[in-house]
Design a protein around this ligand. Structure first.
Ligand SMILES: [Zn+2]
Length: 317
């Protein structure tokens, strides 16, 4: 019997992007932890013989350490996808030209670094707009992987952005539509049938199951984190959900390696312990599913036929 498909993707959010979102002016010198994080992540993925997808930020890909990371990621057989240029959580305020520049500058930087032109996109902070979805289709993208169908999103965002001024913060809570957004993949009916591959949340409870969330549980109790993961994956199999799991560099870095990020959940866990938990997550996923990157996941879904549709008005603000 062939195993069902699952996918793993990694958002290559850099130290400066976290500080920017947190409202720390130190972000402007664009401090980077990519030289520490990327080799560690590639080694771990290699150990589990996984080809995944890495969503890269254009502002990093344009710089030497980011370009080097893109080249290493592509050489290791992973798909490189677009995670916007400036990792701007206020993307919904951008006009058409600015949105186009967010995509094109990143595409150019990725290609210049030696990877193929990206066909997948994930918006920063799980934010996407109808305009951006239409633009992705026009620029030849095959899929978007931004949506996080959870009720905890607004809570997570409130925590994440608690350093930002109150009047700004309101807009960051994301569309209420996240709460009832589909967990299964679908097509955006008015963006040329662009495919949406949601970040998987636990069937029924709609709690996140991505790396950072598991780490938070792990900080409370390592056994709880493992039991939670096992339950989530069993529920996915039971409900016919092909999980798409999301990882971040902070899943393998500790506070000493990400100076200024002590505020971020799970940073007190030592880097080696984090890598061990991530290894367990990847091994669990591989034992139940055929694990690929998001681009390959979407290709398989397209081959099988995607019947669900959703209008882009659902993500309008
Ligand atoms: Zn991000």
């Amino acid at each position: 019997m062939t195993r069902p498909t699952a996918s793993v993707s990694l958002d290559l959010d850099n130290l400066w992007a976290y500080l920017k979102t947190h409202g720390d002016p130190g972000w402007e010198s664009r401090p980077s932890f990519l030289p520490t994080a990327v080799p560690r992540l590639l080694e771990l993925l290699g150990e589990h013989r996984l080809a995944t997808t890495v969503f890269v930020v254009g502002a990093d890909a344009e710089r030497e350490d980011g370009a080097k990371a893109v080249a290493a990621i592509a050489a290791a057989g992973h798909e490189v996808a677009n995670h916007s240029w400036g990792h701007e959580p206020w993307l919904h305020r951008y006009g058409p030209d600015e949105l186009e520049a967010e995509l094109s500058r990143t595409e150019d930087a990725i290609v210049a670094a030696g990877a193929p032109r990206p066909v997948g996109f994930r918006g920063p902070g799980y934010s996407i707009t109808p305009e951006l979805l239409a633009l992705l289709h026009r620029r030849g993208y095959l899929y978007d992987a931004t949506t996080l169908p959870t009720w905890i999103g607004p809570l997570a965002r409130a925590y994440h952005y608690r350093g930002t001024p109150k009047e700004e913060r309101g807009e960051l809570f994301g569309p209420v539509s996240d709460v009832r957004a589909p967990i299964h993949p679908y097509r955006w009916s008015d963006a040329g049938g662009l495919v949406e591959l949601p970040v998987t949340t636990m069937p029924l409870t709609r709690l996140p199951i991505h790396g950072s969330y598991l780490l938070q549980l792990h900080q409370a109790s390592p056994r709880l984190a493992r039991a939670y993961l096992a339950t989530a994956l069993a529920l996915c199999r039971l409900r016919g959900v092909q999980p798409s799991l999301l990882l971040h560099p902070t899943d393998v870095l500790d506070a000493a390696e990400a100076p200024g990020m002590e505020f971020f959940p799970g940073m007190a866990v030592p880097g080696r312990e984090k890598a061990a938990l991530l290894g367990h997550v990847l091994a669990s996923l591989r034992s139940r599913f055929d694990v690929v990157g998001t681009g390959e996941h979407v290709a398989r879904l397209r081959d099988a036929g995607i019947r669900r549709h959703r209008g882009t008005a659902a993500v309008a603000r």
